[in-house]
Design a protein around this ligand. Structure first.
Ligand code: AMP
Length: 193
């Protein structure tokens, strides 16, 4: 089993790179952002709750996120592995995920940290706002999301570094070049196991 975490600030290209990774390595994509947007689109109770946090640029509470991830992972019980995209976003989420996977004896194998300059992040998100119509892609919310990222998610870098799993990826290049770096690391890892 191959379990990969992709993490980085909003706008670093996690969604795009996850799509390429799952296609090439036939893994299951778990994007908590997509799960929440689907719930909003379907008008479920989860969607109604999540919309409040998302539109305010805040994180949805850990307990809710963890329940959704557990549920999604369970529906793919015999998956060859997962790509976690936008999850975990807090230390509490990361340590619960570790415990969940420990029980199944299938740890996180690799963590890719996508690094992009803050100025470039704003440019990319504002461009995405025009294309995707995401309600949280506006200047006010983006500033909050980046602040929340720096305070609550960035500490994951050390968390995973301490586990010796963190691979830093220069996300300033184009999509193919970034994927090239990720692919190289996954292929070398697969050769070793
Ligand atoms: P994303 O598409 O990953 O940028 O997520 C969009 C929004 O969904 C975030 O700004 C959060 O409000 C919420 N969200 C997504 N994933 C998580 C998570 N793992 N923990 C808490 N909130 C999340």
């Amino acid at each position: 089993m191959l379990n990969i975490v992709l993490f980085g600030a909003p706008g670093t290209g996690k969604g795009t790179q996850s799509g390429l990774v799952i296609e090439k390595y036939k893994l299951i994509h778990i994007s908590t952002g997509d799960l929440l947007r689907d719930a909003i689109k379907n008008g479920t109770p989860l969607g109604k709750l999540a919309k409040f946090y998302i539109d305010n640029g805040q994180l949805v509470p850990d307990s809710i996120i963890l329940k959704e991830v557990y549920h999604k992972a369970m529906t793919h019980n015999s998956a060859p592995g997962f790509v976690f995209d936008g999850f975990p976003r807090t230390i509490a989420q990361a340590s619960t995920l570790d415990k969940m996977l420990e029980k199944k004896n299938v740890p996180i194998n690799m963590v890719f940290y996508l690094e992009v300059d803050e100025e470039e992040l704003y440019k990319r998100i504002m461009h995405r706002a025009r294309m995707s119509g995401r309600t949280d892609d506006n200047e006010d919310t983006v500033r909050k999301r980046i602040k929340v990222y720096n305070e609550q998610t960035f500490p994951l870098l050390n968390y995973y570094k301490q586990q010796g799993k963190c691979i830093q990826i220069d996300g300033m290049h184009d999509i193919d070049a970034v994927f090239g770096q990720i692919q190289k690391h996954i292929d070398s890892y697969l050769e070793l196991i």
